[in-house]
Design a protein around this ligand. Sequence first.
Ligand SMILES: Cc1ncc(COP(=O)(O)O)c(C=O)c1O
Length: 130
Amino acid sequence: MRPDSIPHASPTSLPGYAATGRIDELRATEYRHLDAGGQVYLDYAGSGVAAQAQVRAHHDRLLAGLYSNPHSENPTSAAASSLVESARRAVLDFFRADPAEYAVVFTPNASGACRLVGRRTTSAGLRRWC
Ligand SMILES: Cc1ncc(COP(=O)(O)O)c(C=O)c1O
């Protein structure tokens, strides 16, 4: 059978398709830059694709304030530290994780996270916080 003669159903006729309408809406608005290049992106372990609203919010934040490396005491550093702590709290809230029990650790990438976990591995196995 030639590939172009294989019958196929329109996605809109599939059960449950209508319930996913919000995804189509997001794709057409927040992620339209993917369609502009005719691209499909699947490697979210490699990098997330930023939504238009995220890019705009970050752009506005950078134009409205001054940020430098966190963990210092000067005003630009304190501003960055405050944002980092807000992000930590947002992650904990998202997972409904008790901050007394869980910590959020930002790493440069997935390999960096795996390296940290590996370094915490002992002969007895992974320590609890990993
Ligand atoms: C396909 C793919 N996605 C994601 C990753 C994770 O990359 P990174 O460690 O830079 O976050 C890798 C790493 O090799 C990869 O091969």
